[in-house]
Ligand binder design. Sequence first.
Ligand code: PFF
Length: 484
Amino acid sequence: VEFANHLGKLDESLENPDPLISAPDPQSETRMSNTLPKARDGFTSTFGVLAATLGSAVGLGNIWKFPYLTGENGGAGFLLVYVIATLLVGLPVMISEIMLGRQAKSDAVSGLIKLAPKGQPWWLIAAMGVTAAFLIMSFYSEVAAWVFAYIFKAASGEILSTDPAVTGAAFNSLITDPLQSLLWQWLVLALMGGILLMGVSKGIEAVTKRLMPVLFILLLVIGIRSLTLPGASEGLHFLFSPDFSKVTAGVVLTAMGLAFFKLSIGMGCMMTYGSYFRDDQHIPLTTVRVMCADLFVSMLAGIAIFPAVFAFGFEPTAGPSLLFITIPAVFASIPFGHLFMVLFFVLSAIAATGAMLSILEVPVSVLSERFHMSRRRATLINLLVLGAVGSTCALSNSTLADVQIAGKTFFDLFDFVSSNVLMPLGGIFLCLFVGWVWGFERMKTALTNGGELELPILKPLFFITRYVSPPLILIVMLKGLGLF
Ligand code: PFF
């Protein structure tokens, strides 16, 4: 209900655009469709900004990663650490990143070159971000591939069963088949390429804006069904009663990594999106809204999944397969479950699409703006590289299952390194840059839109960005990696 109200307000703001925000630039249409290297597209309304930013944040992270990590790491204790990480680290990093992006109005690498004092290599943060983008896309596109494949499995009725053995076997047969895994992944990548070429705002933004609310409603429906299953209370207990004995340094690092991954921060993605923000956009408010809505979706996913896990006798610690074996079981036990399940996977695919487009936008914008390539060429090159690098993740459960580095398959390694090393490192350096190089006065001017906005949180925010977040991230990271 809260979200529906929120959306209602957003719709109003769509119909009555903020007077502070000038009318959409008539030239932006032409700018969007041509492929001049320096053409800059941008978001045109408060709602557009929110939809795009939320579209990046909400994705498989909420529906797939959040539930399985919570399940693997002991439930409520993990959830609490995750929320704290989101507030203490996620918020300042996200605000800083969007602010720098809007200030620079260019791709992440050029942006940091532009903003940093001459000769200081802060652009390396963005270079690291591009690396992270490739690693994330490699495994993310594979999970998205499973989701797309599940649309068809759901439609055929193959996975409509409350028996873990049946749903588990269906999932296994998909992920251990090298050909299916590769083909679905390439199909997903090709689809993303097609959308990126068509332009983001007209295609995916317009679609996700309408369909995200449907995803919320569906999650609510499954949540309610899941809650009314016999034995559901055990699931709720698991999700909401913390047991701190399970919270180790490794768990804290995982929770912080999830906060970075969820908010798409520490790797230049929010900086790139920030560069499309309008100058009169309220950055801290947008950030807080995105954060709350994102958390709400994750909670809904948790409420949909955990009661069912316990009611049907699945294991909460199943890992990455959790979503693919429990969700079918919930649907199998409700009227019209067959139809709902197809819808659910279609919408998950859409959520994944919004996130993947934002990940790809990082390297695509760097190639097209920094290296003056046409958008078409930049997209094509990125997809070809991803088709190759990503195949290591597609084959991680079959042909390459035995190829392990530090005891991890490529899939697990890319996931681990991006969320637990590269994104936190990016976060540390972004905070250091804003706190020690950029400075309070510039931050004040940037965030108050040149003095237009009242921002009582400015001083504490700067303090946290300068003194709290960097050492905190560093300690969690080093301790979690077992380095001290
Ligand atoms: N935030 C997305 C999710 O939770 O699914 C994943 C993501 C998107 C990570 C964009 C990184 C990124 F740059």
